[in-house]
Design a protein around this ligand. Structure first.
Ligand SMILES: Nc1ncnc2c1ncn2[C@@H]1O[C@H](COP(=O)(O)OS(=O)(=O)O)[C@@H](OP(=O)(O)O)[C@H]1O
Length: 507
């Protein structure tokens, strides 16, 4: 009986050999296609998933175990849907520089109709180019932000992919697509921001200053923990008087992590009309189910004319925070301290490293594929720095006029100047000024001092102003390219050029 496989006889025949060759070729092509497809899919993280770091023992991180830091992925149908609806683009090459862009109405205003009366904003680009193309007035819908997120990763730019996504939004355009599916709704908790009040730090020989009298720029001892760690303890700052009443905050420092939020809050606390809770309440991200009364209880007492404040830097990247804060009080003033996203990422990494020395290097974590130069934008240290993406979420609820962007860099180089802006924004008398700051050479940062008493300064603790590890300059260069379009978008959205592109030397 003839074998089912004709063997050499068949292979030696000319025509069948061609067939076999074609078959093998098609197999190779199919394989290649699926490899590319899977590569493509994995690169689309921001459209599909939210990858975050979780502290050890929290969440399902260990189940996925794709990172020693416990990265997890969450997907839901809305994400997949947005993915399928999501057009992509190649950088800004499709932008029409003459197009006029309008900001969609903040949802809050649509609903309540009472957050101010201004017409939808449009913004002049302050820094005129993104790869030489971005210019004029435009607003950046989340679709384009995500598209840039794809296109800043070189592998993403394939001919088939390149679909223009920039839509001209007139003032009557519907709200921008929600950024819900991309915002980090559960950004890292245990390695979250570190709260620490002003410490007396070692001073240079020429700066030696006697011990502070008790009560001077009082440090809230409870600041070293987040609310989560302190469960339901009474958390008023130690200097809180027993008179007055507890109010929900009228102003919140919502971000960004490692931006300089503690320095800002502590400087604000010098102002007699500001009362702030020292710890980070994490109400709008982690403790929301505890209710507003729980939140109010955390606040220090205030008397007439004083404002209540808190800071929780993770709010800025929390999907639900804008909606929640808006539903608490639509006139809440929001402050975001922003810092060069590359330095911010390194600072974030340095903090994690200080707690988990075994983690891979920054260079390793920053890439999905280093050979291809493919940035891992799912790494929270990098993703937090895509400010335009997160801001878009806030602008759906709050008008730009209700958000103040403080430069983390200027907060160090000219703290009094930044404080003037902050006080004006909060409607406070300009009280915190140059005389309240002192540059501590040992610390390398400004510290607070009591103007009428030059015997003491207070600096932030050791976890603020850490020495950063030296990062491979090629990696920095790649990150610059990655962030550049997002920074441009952010400048455009805020109407302010933070000049991060000029930072040649990362710390
Ligand atoms: N006056 C003063 N003293 C010390 N540090 C200062 C100050 N002003 C700004 N900074 C910068 O603040 C960075 C920490 O930011 P945050 O307070 O937002 O961090 S956190 O999110 O609350 O953990 C911290 O980041 P690192 O330098 O990376 O440690 C500082 O650069």
């Amino acid at each position: 009986m003839a074998p089912w496989w004709p063997g050499r006889a068949l292979l030696s025949a000319k025509a069948p050999r061609k067939l076999v060759f074609l078959f093998a070729l098609s197999l190779c092509l199919t394989y290649l296609f699926y490899s590319l497809l899977s590569c493509y899919t994995s690169l689309h993280f921001p459209l599909q998933e939210s990858s975050v770091y979780l502290p050890q023992g929290q969440g399902p991180s260990s189940a996925t175990g794709d990172s020693p830091l416990g990265r997890i992925s969450t997907s839901d149908s809305s994400r997949s849907q947005s993915h399928s609806e999501q057009p992509t683009m190649s950088a800004f090459s499709t932008m029409d520089s003459a197009a006029t862009w309008g900001r969609p109405e903040p949802k809050g205003r649509q609903e309540a109709g009472s957050i101010g009366t201004e017409t939808p904003h449009s913004f002049k680009v302050t820094n005129s180019t993104v790869d030489g193309i971005l210019s004029t007035q435009m607003t950046l819908p989340s679709a384009s932000i995500r598209a840039v997120l794809s296109s800043t990763n070189p592998v993403m730019v394939s001919a088939a992919d390149i679909t223009p996504v920039i839509k001209v939004w007139s003032a009557s355009s519907p709200a921008a697509p929600s950024a819900d599916h991309v915002a980090a709704s559960s950004v890292d908790s245990s390695v979250d921001s570190e709260e620490e009040g002003w410490d007396q730090s070692p001073l240079a020989a020429t700066e030696l200053i006697p011990e502070l009298p008790t009560g001077f720029l009082e440090t809230d001892r409870q600041e070293s923990n987040t609310i989560d760690h302190r469960s339901n303890l009474q958390l008023n700052v130690s200097s809180t008087p027993e008179y007055g009443e507890k109010n929900l905050p009228q102003a919140i420092i919502i971000g960004v992590k490692k931006g300089g939020t503690r320095a800002l809050l502590e400087a604000l606390r010098v102002h007699p009309d500001v009362r702030a809770v020292g710890i980070e309440p994490h109400f709008f991200d982690r403790n929301y189910e505890k209710g507003l009364e729980w939140y109010r209880e955390l606040m220090p007492r205030t008397v007439d004319g004083q404002i209540t404040m808190e800071k929780t830097p993770s709010y800025f990247v929390t999907t639900d925070a804008p909606k929640r804060i808006h539903s608490m009080a639509k006139d809440t003033k929001l402050i975001v301290v922003v810092r060069n996203p590359i330095t911010r990422a390194i600072s974030d990494y340095t903090q994690t490293l200080s707690k988990k020395p075994e983690i891979p290097t920054f260079e390793v974590l920053a890439f999905k594929n280093r050979t291809l130069g493919l940035i891992d934008a799912s790494w929270s240290a990098l993703r937090i720095g895509i400010y335009a993406l997160h801001l878009e979420n806030w602008l759906e609820y709050f008008p730009l006029s209700q958000i103040l962007f403080v430069s983390g860099e200027r907060l160090i180089s000219d703290p009094a100047g930044e404080m003037t802006k902050v006080q004006d924004f909060l409607g406070l008398k300009r009280i915190v000024a140059d005389k309240h700051f002192y540059f501590n050479k040992t610390k390398g940062f400004p510290c607070l001092k009591k103007p009428e008493d030059s015997t003491g300064v207070r600096c932030l603790g050791k976890s603020k102003g850490r020495t950063h590890p030296k990062i491979d300059p090629d990696v920095i260069q790649r990150l610059r390219k990655f962030y550049r379009p997002f920074n441009m978008m952010f400048y455009q959205m805020t109407g302010e050029d933070f000049q991060w592109e000029q930072d040649e030397q990362e710390k």
